[in-house]
Write a protein that binds this ligand. Structure first.
Ligand code: NAP
Length: 549
């Protein structure tokens, strides 16, 4: 039996959430923290997603930590939307600058975590066999970190190379002169396809559902605009923290029906030319009214028709299956124009799916396609996948994944009843993936840090979400989504991309600003909805009496 190491908190994951949690808890609260990370470096999503074209769709100046003025002043972003290598370099810089590496154990996955009611400690077990016990467990496992290759028959028989965009080899992939397949046309596929097409001998894209994609219009940042931005960083950050999307935007002009057809076309064109996701927030009813939504959707379809030379290919690429924005909007650079290249073909697998992977390629109906390389851009078991992959056992030995069998249930998207002293950063029930992730992460970590200080000041050693509070939050999350068009897309937000996964809209759609207010309100009401107790409150063999709710 391995010896149990002890510390004050265990953090699972060394992406942006885990890194900031380590810094806050260790350097501000003086806690002894151990972080476990399955990769061999920091950066999370940006460590794994090294596929060609990988780039963030939140602008650089906002997709960065705000907790250190020195950090935000010294780091130089070079492009409007940061590319993966630059974000990874930034994460590595942060790790060095704040001496984070010494407390992170790399290439190590946590396989189980058990809460012991007597000692009020979590014991985590790593795949290395190491056991660590700590009063607090913080998961920073990411929302899109369980990559998924659909279980096609014959997968193992393929004689060429297979890659998933979310597990890209560090040394890169040379596609020169090769026959390449890309399966999937979500954000990852849409970014990778133009880059792979530039290099490959021939590229065939297998598309099941055509996606809405907007031009990113990425460009280098000028020194002058960076300097101007940095001069007023505190104001920009303050705005970002309360903005619905975690990025300050231009306020909507009103309903899509409040302007004439000509004016609407003009406004949509302005946003199309501007690039980025602000196209979707031009009108205040795009995400809630299907008729309004269709006006923006049709504008995008028109642009696709304009760009694609071959009308049959254009027809296949037109997105009609869901309202624009109901699945995560994609941002691209030359995605649609790529289909005008001679070395690129598009195969729709909507009616006739991919039936099997063969030794030479893959089969769709009666047609076998031959490839040297197959790239799976097939997405993730989102949000719950990374948490459910760990055997997390709360009170009475209940497994988190069993508790969540019909869908995730949390209080505020951060805690769940029956799992004391567990904080799940950017978990289902929080805005997370619907807003700037760094804003979500900083808000969660700061909120947890404040709660830990509160516990310490009051002598409490145990904190647990109450079931009533959780039920009511789950209702709030469902209710908020039900007023939008989000549930009409078969998205990973809903778990709809995984056969058999419960169909539950997981993120909170209320926006970063409103969510922050709710969390702050809970904190200032002495953490309403949580029960807390000191160890001395518990008599041997007596039921614990909640001292606060
Ligand atoms: P995704 O959005 O889930 O897309 C997966 C794609 O694979 C879809 O086109 C899907 O088709 C297809 N697919 C899945 N199973 C298939 C099957 N059996 N046969 C044929 N096609 C299949 O995954 P993703 O593109 O990796 O993106 C996930 C999320 O990561 C994004 O939504 C975004 O939040 C984030 N991301 C962000 C960026 C960025 O910041 N720019 C870049 C990449 C990723 P269906 O649509 O029919 O299911």
């Amino acid at each position: 039996m391995a010896e149990v190491q002890r510390c004050d908190a265990v953090v699972i994951g060394a992406g942006f959430a885990g890194m900031y949690a380590l810094h806050r808890l260790r350097d501000d609260l003086g806690m002894r923290v151990r972080v476990f990370e399955r990769g061999s470096g920091v950066g999370g999503t940006w460590y794994w997603n090294r596929y060609p074209g990988a780039r963030c769709d939140v602008e650089s100046m906002f997709y960065s930590y705000s907790f250190s003025e020195e950090l935000e002043q010294e780091w130089e972003w070079t492009e409007r939307f940061p590319a993966q290598p630059e974000i990874l370099a930034y994460a590595e810089h942060v790790a060095d600058r704040f001496d984070l590496l010494e407390d992170i154990t790399f290439e190590t996955s946590i396989v189980s975590a058990d809460f012991d009611e007597k000692s009020r400690e979590w014991t985590v077990r790593a795949d290395s066999g190491e056991l660590v016990a700590a009063p607090f467990l913080i998961t920073a496992v990411g929302c899109l970190s369980s990559s998924r290759i659909p279980p096609f028959p014959g997968l193992d028989s393929f004689r060429g190379q297979i890659f998933h965009t979310g597990q890209w080899p560090h040394e890169g992939v040379d596609f020169s002169g090769k026959k390449v397949a890309v399966i999937g046309t979500g954000s990852s596929g849409i970014q990778a396809i133009p880059k792979i097409a530039e290099q490959a001998g021939h590229l065939t894209v297998f598309q099941r559902t055509p996606a809405f994609s907007l031009p990113a219009r990425n460009r280098p940042l000028t020194a002058a605009e960076v300097a101007e931005f940095k001069a007023s960083y505190p104001e920009h950050r303050a705005e970002a923290r309360v903005a619905p999307s975690g990025v300050p935007g231009i306020p909507p002009v009103g309903s899509a029906f409040s302007v004439s057809d000509e004016r609407r076309e003009e406004l949509l064109t302005e946003r199309w030319i501007r690039g980025g996701t602000s196209f979707l927030s031009l009108f205040n009813d795009t995400s809630v009214d299907i008729e309004a939504n269709n006006l923006s959707a049709e504008y995008v379809r028109e642009r696709i028709r304009d760009i694609i030379d071959d009308p049959d290919t254009a027809q296949k690429l037109l997105p009609y299956d869901y309202p624009i924005g109901a699945k995560r909007i994609c941002l691209d650079t030359d995605y649609f124009a790529t289909y005008n290249r001679d070395n690129v073909d598009l195969v729709s697998v909507r009616e006739t799916p991919i039936e099997e992977i063969t030794p030479r390629g893959l089969r769709v109906g009666d047609t076998e396609y031959e490839f040297d390389v197959i790239v799976f851009a097939t997405g993730y078991d989102a949000m719950t996948g990374p948490l459910n992959a760990i055997d997390i056992r709360g009170t009475e030995g209940v497994l988190l994944r069993d508790k969540w069998a019909a869908g995730p249930r949390t209080y505020l998207g951060i805690a769940t009843a029956g799992f004391p002293n567990l904080f799940m950063l950017t978990a289902p029930g929080s805005p997370s993936v619907l807003v700037n992730m760094i804003i979500s992460i900083e808000q969660h970590v700061d909120w947890v840090a404040d709660l830990l200080v509160y516990l310490r000041e009051h002598g409490y050693t145990r904190v647990e979400a109450l079931l009533d509070a959780e039920d009511s939050w789950v209702e709030t999350v469902n209710e908020a989504a039900s007023h939008t068009l989000f549930p009409r897309g078969n998205s990973w937000y809903l778990g709809a991309n995984i056969p058999g996964k419960p169909r539950v809209f997981m993120p909170f759609v209320g926006g970063a600003g409103r969510y922050r207010k709710i969390c702050d309100g809970v904190a200032s009401a002495d953490y309403r909805g949580f029960t807390m107790s000191a160890a001395a409150d518990v008599q041997p063999d007596a039921a614990e009496v909640p001292v606060r709710n």
